[in-house]
Design a protein around this ligand. Sequence first.
Ligand code: UDP
Length: 239
Amino acid sequence: MKRVEILNVPIHAVSQHEAVEALIGFLNQDKLMKVYTPNPEIVMLAQADEGLLNILKDGDLVVPDGIGLIMASKLKGLGLKERVTGVDLTHRLLSYCGNSKKSVFILGGKPDVPEKAAENIENKYNGIKIAGTQHGYFKQEENEEIINSINSSKADVLFVCLGAPRQEIWIDDNKDKLNCRIAIGLGGGVDIYAGTAKRAPMAYQKLGLEWFYRLMKEPKRYKRMLLLPKFLVEFLIKG
Ligand code: UDP
């Protein structure tokens, strides 16, 4: 799979369909595959954090989950195909897992949120098994116990919803201890599945204005969003 560098972060130039095909392939590998879904905010964080940059470089599938990355790619003709969000990817992966009896563990979100997400997923995707859940507000001392419960659940796929960059760092720190096939950093995806947050209506998504919808719903995000123009300027200067 071709990778495109945006401010030194290599991102796979895949369509949603190709990304899902890659994930299905990962289910048949005998090792953990690390999947990251960066947006411009994370790319900017990685500029000031070499550890995070190296974690992203080491991802087995790194998809552009942010319209800003697609805009940047278009500005320089780099060839990113389309926005690939974690929720779109996992939606298709969950359908596949339901049909092929693969199971999923959900880590992250506030207490009760991953359980609610599990219930909704089990109602929506035929045949899917949620092997376990764990909220994301645990102490470092509890980490080993959490790894044990993920491994003993025998889950094939792990959704890691701890927010960025905590989830990317967590996946990297624990990659040698996890027995599942895929660990995917999914941010607020758990809230979408739980129904405690909503995606923008399709019209906004199609116009590339999902960020605008989120800004209207959660005006306190404006500071985070100011990073987007900063990201584009930095990208135009440095690439
Ligand atoms: N979260 C968590 N543990 C933490 C911090 C965040 O489980 O220590 C969860 C939070 O409850 C939310 C998800 O991570 O469900 C994503 O958080 P946020 O919306 O900040 O991240 P984004 O999706 O914007 O990257």
